[in-house]
Design a protein around this ligand. Structure first.
Ligand code: CP
Length: 325
C-alpha cells in the first residue's frame, strides 16, 4: 500500500486512516477528548444531547460494505456535534449505474462536504480516496478490507482504559480469526504504542497471519494457554466473507477448540473483561452465557464508540472541547 501521511506538517491529524505512525500522545489525546464527550452520550437527564462544535460542517457517510455499529455510531456522533449529514445509500447511488468511485467523490467535493467517513471491502480504499482529496477535506477510515479499522481500535483502547485504567502491565489476548481481521491489526498497533507488553493472539494456524510475530505479539494455537492469566480477552468473529477457501472444518468444530466458554474464562484473571467488536456469533466464537455475563463489556464498547468517534471528528475539524462538557 502506498505510504500516505495522515498528519499535517505540524503533526496534527488531517485524515484518520490507520493507527500506523501515530504517537502515544496523539492516541491519548483522542481518549481524553472522548472522555470529555462521554457525559453527552450518557446523561439522559441533559436538556440538550448535542454541542455546536461541528455546526456548519457537512459530513458524508459512505458505506460500501454492510455495517451496523460503525455506521450508526458515526451518525450519532455527527448529530451530537451538530454537523450536517449526508448518508449515501450506495445501493441507489450512481456507482450502480457505472459511475466510478472517483467521479462519485468529485461530486461530493463539488457539494462542499468537509469530511467523508468511508467503509470499503478493499484494503487501501480509504488511503486511495484521501490521496484524491483537495486540502481541507478529511477522510476517516471506517474499515477497509482486512487492513485497518482505526476508530474501532480507539474505542477498544477507551474501553480497556475505562475498566483497567492503564495499558502497561496488562495481559491482553485477541482470540479468533486474526488473519482476516482489520480490527486485530489496528488493536495490536494501538496496544504497542500505548505500552502494553503482553499482547497475545490466539488462533488456529489457518487463521493466523504468517508474519504475525513481526507485529510485537506472542502467538498461541491453544486457547487455554493463550488466555491464562489475562486481564482482557478480545474475541473476534470468523470473517467468512473474506475467506478464500475452507479455512475451517466447521463452526461447531471451531467452537469446540476456540470458543470462549465459562470453563475457559476461569483461566483468565478473576476480574478479566471480555470484549468483542461485533457482530457476535453466539455458539461460534463465544458462548451465549459469556456474551451476556457480567464480565462482558461488549455493549459498553458500542456506547463508548459514540464519544470516541465524536473525539476523532472534532480533532479533525480542529474544534475540540476544552473542558468537561
Ligand atoms: N465492529 C464493527 O465494525 O461492526 P459493524 O460492521 O457493525 O460496523
Amino acid at each position: 500500500m502506498q505510504k500516505f501521511n495522515q498528519l499535517d506538517d505540524k503533526g496534527r491529524l488531517k485524515h484518520f486512516l490507520s493507527i500506523d505512525g501515530l504517537s502515544e500522545d496523539l492516541l491519548l489525546s483522542i481518549l481524553d477528548q472522548a472522555q470529555k464527550f462521554a457525559p453527552i452520550v450518557d446523561d439522559t437527564g441533559r436538556a440538550s444531547k448535542s454541542v455546536p462544535l461541528l455546526r456548519g460542517k457537512t459530513i458524508a457517510n459512505l458505506f460500501f460494505e454492510p455495517s451496523t455499529r460503525t455506521r450508526t455510531t458515526f451518525e450519532l456522533a455527527e448529530k451530537r456535534l451538530s454537523a450536517d449529514i449526508l448518508n449515501l445509500d450506495i445501493s441507489t447511488s450512481a456507482t450502480t449505474k457505472g459511475e466510478s468511485l472517483l467521479d462519485t467523490l468529485t461530486n461530493l467535493i463539488a457539494m462542499r462536504v468537509d469530511m467523508m467517513v468511508v467503509r470499503h471491502n478493499n484494503s487501501g480504499a480509504a488511503h486511495f480516496i484521501a490521496t484524491h482529496m483537495p486540502p481541507g477535506i478529511s477522510i476517516i477510515n471506517a474499515g477497509d478490507g482486512r487492513h485497518s479499522h482505526p476508530t474501532q481500535a480507539m474505542l477498544d483502547m477507551y474501553t480497556i482504559r475505562h475498566y483497567k485504567q492503564k495499558f502497561a502491565g496488562l495481559s491482553i489476548a485477541i482470540v479468533g480469526d486474526i488473519e482476516h481481521s482489520r480490527v486485530a491489526r489496528s488493536q495490536i498497533k494501538a496496544l504497542n504504542i500505548l505500552g502494553c507488553k503482553d499482547i497475545r493472539v490466539v488462533a488456529p494456524n489457518t487463521l493466523m497471519p504468517i508474519a504475525i510475530k513481526t507485529l510485537g505479539v506472542t502467538a498461541y494455537n491453544n486457547i487455554e494457554q493463550g488466555i491464562s492469566g489475562t486481564d482482557v480477552i478480545i474475541i473476534l468473529r470468523l470473517q467468512t466473507e473474506r475467506m478464500q477457501q475452507a479455512d475451517l472444518p466447521s463452526e461447531r468444530e471451531y467452537f469446540r477448540f476456540y470458543g470462549l466458554t465459562k470453563d475457559r474464562l476461569k483461566l483468565a484473571n478473576k476480574d478479566a473483561i471480555v470484549m468483542h467488536p461485533g457482530p457476535i456469533n453466539r455458539g461460534v466464537e463465544i458462548a451465549s452465557n459469556i456474551a451476556d455475563s457480567v464480565q462482558s463489556v461488549i455493549l459498553q464498547q458500542v456506547t463508548f464508540g459514540i464519544s470516541v468517534r465524536m473525539a476523532v471528528l472534532s480533532i479533525l475539524a480542529g474544534n475540540t472541547a476544552k473542558d468537561k462538557i
